[in-house]
Design a protein around this ligand. Structure first.
Ligand code: AP5
Ligand code: MG
Length: 209
């Protein structure tokens, strides 16, 4: 199954994708994770995108499209994938159509108040990337990842000024994709404002799995 997870920052795309990839046996491809790994490795890509991401802006379409095309060409993506955080612009959606068909686009519906609550409490493992939350998903030991023992930190783009920018960017550049995919008959809406276990149930129901 070839899926796109679409929704505002902090809607829970990454959290649900981690469960859905096991359920469906397909890879979870997050452009945000690819960029953050590149930043941590201080690779040329990481150096190119760090300031853009920290400020909550979008990386250039050309750079993002090239890396997704390369990732989708790999063997594990041939049987299906979850694309989390891509496409984010109409140009990216059109570029995707040139290399792959898509079965469904899952639209994570959540009000801004929910987004802000989730992003302000998010804590991320520096080593394995797992997303914790200060209220909804606390690590057993403060500051330490339950799974790999890595250090837990606050993403630079989860600081309030970057969150406001990300929401503006989402409305201006990504939200138009809802209509783009609805018109193609690919969109399924899920109410993403409930707890993770309930959201997974809505997801399975929406996809009939
Ligand atoms: P990216 O990493 O994709 O960030 P994002 O879209 O802003 O989404 P987030 O990762 O912030 O949120 P999420 O929906 O995954 O929520 P999560 O599951 O973590 O992109 C980062 C940056 O990279 C972009 O700003 C841009 O600069 C660049 N970039 C990436 N893709 C690009 C592209 N295609 N083009 C150009 N630039 C691109 O959950 C959030 C928190 O809530 C967590 O703490 C979690 O524990 C908690 N939580 C999750 N679900 C629930 C729930 N159901 N109930 C309670 N708490 C929950
Ligand atoms: Mg994410």
């Amino acid at each position: 199954m070839k899926l796109i997870f679409l929704g505002p920052p902090g809607a829970g795309k990454g959290t649900l994708a981690v469960q859905a990839k096991d359920l469906l046996g397909i890879p979870h491809i997050s452009t945000g994770v690819i960029f953050r790994d590149a930043i941590a490795a201080k690779s040329p890509l990481g150096l190119e995108v760090k300031a853009i991401i920290d400020a909550g802006k979008l990386v250039e379409d050309e750079t993002t499209i090239a890396l997704v095309k390369e990732r989708l060409a790999q063997a594990d993506a041939q049987k299906g994938y979850i694309l989390d955080g891509f496409p984010r612009t109409i140009a990216q959606a059109e570029a995707l159509e040139t290399v792959s068909t898509v079965d469904k686009v899952v639209n994570f519906d959540i009000p801004d108040s929910g987004v802000i609550e989730r992003l302000s409490g998010r804590r991320v493992c520096r080593k394995c990337g797992y997303n914790f939350h200060t209220v909804f998903n606390k690590p057993k030991k403060e500051g330490t990842c339950d799974f790999c023992g890595g250090e837990i930190y606050v993403r630079e783009d989860d600081k309030p000024s970057a969150v406001a920018k990300r929401l503006d960017v989402y409305r201006a550049q990504t939200q138009p994709l809802i209509d783009f995919y609805r018109k193609k008959g690919l969109l399924v809406d899920i109410d993403a404002s409930h707890l993770v276990d309930e959201t997974i149930v809505s997801f399975r129901k929406a996809l009939g799995i």
